[in-house]
Design a protein around this ligand. Sequence first.
Ligand SMILES: [Zn+2]
Length: 89
Amino acid sequence: MPEIKATVETEVEVSFEAFCEKCGAGICNNVSTRNSYRRGQPQIVITPCQLCLDNSYEEGQNSRDDEITELSDQIGELSEQLENYHGNT
Ligand SMILES: [Zn+2]
């Protein structure tokens, strides 16, 4: 029997769910899909989980506040040392 090779394109709709890997929250509302402009490849665009963003922001603020406290303490100690130095000269 003669044979011929043919390419068949099949479009399939795929439903899926999305979850934040870090906290486990469902983030289906943070996901959108599109096809790439030039290649037409399916793409998934995900906005980070708001809870984890808020937590990261808070962690950053706490870390910054700790750093500021530490630096203020060091400045206080150095000022004291400087006053003592001048007091002794
Ligand atoms: Zn999260």
